[in-house]
Design a protein around this ligand. Sequence first.
Ligand code: MSP
Length: 626
Amino acid sequence: MAERFTVTTPIYYPNDRLHIGHAYTTVAADALARYHRLRGEDVFFVTGTDEHGQKIEERAAKAGKAPIAYVDEIVSDIRDLWQLLQISYDDFIRTTEPRHERVVQEIFKKLEASGDIYLSQYEGWYCTPCESFWVEGKLVDGNCPSCGGPVSRLNEESYFFRLSRYAQPLLDYIEANPGFIQPSSRRNEMISFIKQGLEDISVSRTSFRWGIPLPQDPRHIAYVWIDALTNYITACGYLQDEQRFARFWPADVHLVGKEIVRFHAIIWPAILLALGLPLPRVVYGHGWLLLGEQKMSKSRGNVIDPRQLVQRYGRDAVRYYLLREVPFGADGNYTEEALILRTNVDLANDLGNLLSRTTAMIERFTDGVVPSPSGQSELRATAEECVKKATQSLDRLQVSDGVSAVFELVRRANKYIEESAPWQLNRTGDPRLNGVLYDLAESLRIVAVLLRPFLVDAPHAIYRQLGLDSADASRLADAAWGGLRPGTRIQRGEPIFPRIDTESAAQAAEPAAASPATPEVTIDDFGRVDLRVGTILAASKVKGADRLLELTVDLGESEPRTIVSGIAEYYQPEALPGTQVVIVANLQPAKIRGIVSRGMILAGKTEEGLQIVSPREPLPPGTRIK
Ligand code: MSP
């Protein structure tokens, strides 16, 4: 039987609309689930909602609704969000479902029978937003040590779980299983937390009603964290379906935000030990998305709505940004500028252009048909290396490294276009042309397979444009070099990631003006700027823009380039055809007034006016300037 892989997200509180912090965890878990499906494994990916507790009870009362009616609405909104982001969960568990209430009650019976819970008096402090109890000694300046907010005094009868009993067994387990808590910084935190001594914890409340009553004493409601954590085994079939439970438990990965690692790496494993159940293989505590210096959070109200971002930029752009931007495990700042930059640079420019250039060349040079490979391939080794890197990263839960490994192949393939200059091979009838085009198309196909864990639309679009059926890209084995059959008829399509128009892109069209304050650059820095000679073939005014001309420039490539330049105040368009110019040829394309501009012309500006830079004597278009 195929191997199986169980991955979970925290179950979210349906007390408000979710924000991109929640989407961050869920998209990452989705990428892992999709990756393991690509490996042919039997995946069980579970997410859901944590619906009980005082906070929800209060919120519902404020809204004048019954708690269940209140959460039903938010839960349906959460499901819509996951649908929008194409989260491929196999189970969505709600703690208000009868299947879960039964399990929680059974667990309380078992824990009582094994002597792991007992009735006593609770005296301490409670933080409602964190749903956490704290003893006096753990408070920081009298406030909650987790969120820093105020806590309230509690003094009531409560059932206690003998957490203290499990301190040593937990330490032994963590010692024997170095990968159990990740990343290692969180493991160290947990070890020192346990070493300070674990006290028994209160696991029931009598101060509110919205929760699961204890079977042995229904005046008591199960503490919301015990109720929540057990969702993982309910979803796997505990006490309902032995076979299913044996198959999917223990979980391979509990993916959680770093603030709740303590619950998952201490309380939860202790309960499992008490129940005699195996512990999850990995608890991974990832970092926070911050807005400015602060954690984005519902209680602070500083949140970004993922729905708006998807509407503005598309779901693949949002997924890509979340997965790629921040090294997994670390905290990272969210900015919309960074999202736009990632989309424009990685997706529109690097990936989108690779696809449109490759399919355009195949259409022009080989009648739209993928030619035969040559014996030796320049890209094969890189492709194989990238497959290895991407899979190794994902095996180690390094999601952002996984996605960037794929883009190494994209960038190498783009560079290969420049190096091999297929338009010149075509012009001179060079037989190497076929091999080059095959390699580019094959690299794109492999990129599409490797992107399947991360992106949900682009892999299919790439396959379609290559004339292939994406049903054939559903296994990791499909990423092996050589899968593309010569003779495949490509189907050019729209750009898969249109560039996002920004103000700064318009400014980039201004001719560069030298300033004495410019800092020094190294020769390598300079080498990254690709300056080429071009000949202007045509020029016209851009409608509605006094300063802009649209130029058609021959750069010795298969097709002339369109460049929008801010020189209209200095040159009449009729005077320009035939003029040679120097172009920054590898400038990121930018959409200016709806026209895609691919490059920038150099000019010098003084008080007297502006002069285009031209070679003293004519040079062949495409000549590199160094
Ligand atoms: N209901 C509990 C979890 C119970 S799990 C058995 C809970 N819910 S929550 O709605 O507050 O969601 C917390 C989780 O959402 C975090 O652990 C993290 O996965 C995600 N995030 C919420 N805000 C986040 C950021 N600003 N950044 C990254 N992840 C964030 O806690």
